[in-house]
Design a protein around this ligand. Sequence first.
Ligand code: GDP
Length: 393
Amino acid sequence: MKVFFIGFGQAGGKIVDKFIEFDQRASGGSFRAIAVNTARTDLMGLQNLDFEDRVLIGQTTVKGHGVGTDNDTGAQITFDEIDIVMNAIDRKGIGETEAFIIVAGLGGGTGSGGAPVLARHLKKIYTEPVYVLAILPAPEEGRLYSYNAARSLATLVKEADNVILFDNSAWKNEGESIKGAFDRLNEEIVRRFGLLFRAGEVGSLGHVGEMVVDSSEIINTLKGGGISSVGYAISEVGGQTPEPEVGLLGRMLRRNQVEERRPEDKLMGEDRTSRVLSLVRRAMLGRLTLPCEYSTASRALVLVAGPPDELDRKGIEKAKSWVEENIAGVEVRGGDFPAQSRFVAAVVLLASIADAPRVTNLLEIAKETKATSERIDVENKIKLDESIEPLFE
Ligand code: GDP
């Protein structure tokens, strides 16, 4: 799929910068991107985006220093300066773009406030779908982050064609600081979504798959709107002398080798059909980008990537049927993505889900936070003696 990414705010910019790095290392050309921020230093820290694709907004109001955690200001600046952002997209050229993907952390100020405003404007001007890849804050970041995320998410669900969530708290390890985890989390994000969004493009073997997943299938899977989540699993091809890996997928899969290989992953004697089926089951039943009740998904898409010999057609069909039996809806699409690699990977996109405990919890925290801050505003004032006259009224 030809994707135009817009990284909004610090998290959004960093993640989009990584998508471009992967795309450049592969054959390239599937992804194009800009980054938008109110903080100059965040834009300067990016490594792969050209300087002309880094857009600073709010210069007259916040003078390049960012908006802190004030997402109202983030939204206001974006409304006021939307032309600057739209011009940057125009300048870059949308070319053959098939979908826009805005990437933003929802707990902060710039991305949280700006992403919904941009989604609205993109939808007004372009016919291509507008998706948001949104990062939920960890509870330990504080109630204000949860409050920001809940407000931004409620707006995004109305403005965008679909919101795919990644929950930082579900992916952070015990004892690890959230900031210390960012680089690792960003790798996890790019590994899953890089593969999903490159579906249908020419892989490292120079051709598309036999059962290719084209862009329209991703678009149809996401068309129900709402909130979506993604599962992923990987397995080493049994007993073969590996060819050197090339291309994006090869590298993405190789990175998993150390941290993700478990004994059951080396499925030596198993036949290829059941190998594909068990990989897809692991992807859906394992840790999702947003932990959720998978049985509530309205639609799903299954993508299996790896060496052509391993991409068993019957296995993919069986896996699709298994997914269909286990979700609420009946539309399950799927196919393959051939790549030269020692690994086979499965991505399962669970679209338009109805139940995710973290989202419910976020909304509860947000409601409590709003009620508490309104009460504090009214009650918690130093009382001055009313007999003292102010200097003027
Ligand atoms: P903004 O620049 O005002 O949009 O705010 P940030 O992007 O700095 O932070 C918003 C949220 O994103 C917070 O909840 C952060 O924990 C999270 N965040 C910041 N940087 C990263 C990152 O590199 N990766 C991930 N996964 N989350 C991040």
